[in-house]
Design a protein around this ligand. Structure first.
Ligand code: NAD
Length: 464
């Protein structure tokens, strides 16, 4: 455990005092050396390794998340991301030489990554450990002072993070701000050097407006409806198994979960029973009894989700228990395109099937809507895959697998258009929180600039 640096306990000071304190630390240069950065990453690793049970308990309390899921989607996931950044950081920070044009020679040109200053990370409730700490890996690796704002809607996890972060990280440069809308609003009013926001698009707009006042750069990790296309060329049983896994993980409260399925009526007729079979295989005949099936985060979301039921033909699920905020893994087929469940991101355990005539209709449907965070295609047909690759736009594209791309450190994770701006993971986490400074160095002699200095004729004779 490393607890370097003094400073008051974060969370008790006002937001503006906290940011001012971090800015003062940043101004001393304390966060810039590689040794400091590596020490913080080591501290973050220790935080995650030493406190698995406390974090798992908090995630269970907030989301009924099983220990196994807590490990592979939150704690272990963040540790893997951390390991990759720690391993490569020294190399990634090396200046990159680029060729200077002949007209400027002799000269050397290079880019250097420098930290931005004081950055804010504003996290949502659905993966409250991963989405608070994984961005922090990049922010610390880049040498910034960092304010973390966990979601108030996952209060147990927010509390544990608030206790642990000051114990494991440099308190003079890393702080946790707790609270909801008022505290986040106050944080957004501060002069910051980067805002990294994960959450919904409505608040994303608020973040952008606040950032505009100070010209603060922003990364927006937003959501939306991620489509899935399934055709008759695939092994439908295998596709159903993956769809059920991706949709019902964390009770469907995953930003990159398959939100709906586009398929012909014939495919839906075969896929429906297979999806129902895999739900039972994963969660048993009564998923309410399963330790591996989550709960809806709060009553407001529960009311919203139950209001989306009733469209199309019920293939599986549909049962609810308000006292537990339990909504069974639910599948609806032949859902009309104008049904409420198709007008908003579902973000819960409901999977609607929407009928399309075929490939053209599916692509047209996707392109008529906001660019999604992810798009999944289950087809063995190379031409079909190629058409999705070239004729649609999405944050990510998964052939044969939902969610998996998030675990590939070398792939950028982020949206496009309404699903977000900017990305992170791996080296991009470092560059997202850095300024790539252009550095050009040219000796004063020979003075080749005389070639382009006025008067422009006769230039050649003036070259020294
Ligand atoms: P949320 O309600 O926890 O909000 C996220 C953060 O915004 C919180 O820290 C909260 O305090 C703050 N906030 C809320 N209202 C605010 C306001 N009016 N002003 C200032 N700050 C405010 O989380 P959420 O938005 O419900 O999260 C779910 C959404 O996030 C979904 O749309 C999902 O797809 C998306 N999401 C995206 C990703 C991604 O990586 N792209 C990951 C997870 C979730």
């Amino acid at each position: 455990m490393s607890s370097t640096g003094a400073g008051e306990t974060a969370g008790q000071a006002s937001v503006s005092d906290t940011v001012a304190r971090l800015r003062a630390t940043y101004g001393t240069g304390r966060t810039k050396p590689l040794a400091w950065r590596l020490a913080q990453l080591k501290g973050l690793g220790a935080l995650l390794r030493d406190n698995g049970p406390a974090l798992e308990r908090a995630l269970w309390e907030d989301l009924h998340k099983s220990g196994a899921e807590a490990q592979y989607t939150e704690i272990g996931f963040t540790l893997a991301e951390l390991g990759s950044v720690r391993k490569h950081l020294r190399r990634w920070l090396r200046p990159t030489r680029v060729p200077a044009p002949a007209a400027l020679l002799p000269a050397t040109a290079r880019t250097v990554l420098e930290p931005l200053g004081v950055v804010a990370i504003i996290a949502p409730w659905n993966y409250p450990v991963q989405l608070t700490l994984a961005p922090a890996i990049g922010a610390l690796a880049a040498g910034n002072a960092v304010v973390l704002k966990p979601s108030e809607l996952a209060p147990a996890t927010a509390r544990v993070l608030g206790e642990l972060v000051p114990r494991y990280l440099d308190r003079s440069a890393v702080a946790v701000v707790q609270g909801g809308v008022p505290e986040t609003t106050e944080l957004l009013a501060q002069k910051l050097d980067h805002i990294f926001y994960t959450g919904n698009g409505t608040v994303g707009r608020i973040v952008l407006e606040a950032a505009a006042k100070n010209l603060t750069p922003v990364t927006l990790e937003l959501g939306g409806k991620s489509p899935t296309y399934v055709d008759e060329s695939v092994d439908l049983d295998a596709a159903a198994a993956r769809l059920v896994w991706g949709r019902f993980l964390n009770a469907g409260q995953t930003c990159i979960a398959p939100d709906y399925v586009l398929a012909t009526s014939a495919v839906q007729a075969k896929l429906g029973p297979l999806v129902a079979k895999w739900i039972e295989r994963y969660f048993g005949a009564d998923p309410r009894q399963s330790p591996d099936f989550g709960r809806v985060i709060n009553d407001r979301q529960f009311q919203r989700l139950t209001g989306l039921l009733g469209a199309g033909r019920l293939v599986a699920g549909g049962e609810t228990d308000a006292s537990q905020r339990y909504l069974a893994p639910t599948v609806l087929a032949d859902v009309p395109r104008d049904a409420p469940v198709m007008q908003q991101e579902i973000f819960g355990p409901i999977l609607p099937f929407v009928t399309v005539d075929g490939l053209d209709d599916a692509i047209d449907y996707i392109n008529a809507h906001d660019k999604p965070l992810a798009l999944y295609v289950f087809s063995e047909d190379a031409k079909t895959r190629r058409r999705f690759l070239t004729q649609t736009s999405s944050g990510a594209l998964g052939f044969g697998i939902p969610l998996g791309h998030i675990g590939v450190h070398g792939l950028p994770f982020g949206g496009v258009g309404a699903s977000g701006a900017g990305s992170y993971h791996g080296r991009r986490s470092l560059t997202t929180f850095s300024h790539e400074k252009a550095v050009l160095s040219k000796p004063l002699k020979p003075d080749t600039i005389q070639l382009v200095a006025p008067p422009y004729t006769p230039a050649r004779e003036r070259l020294i």
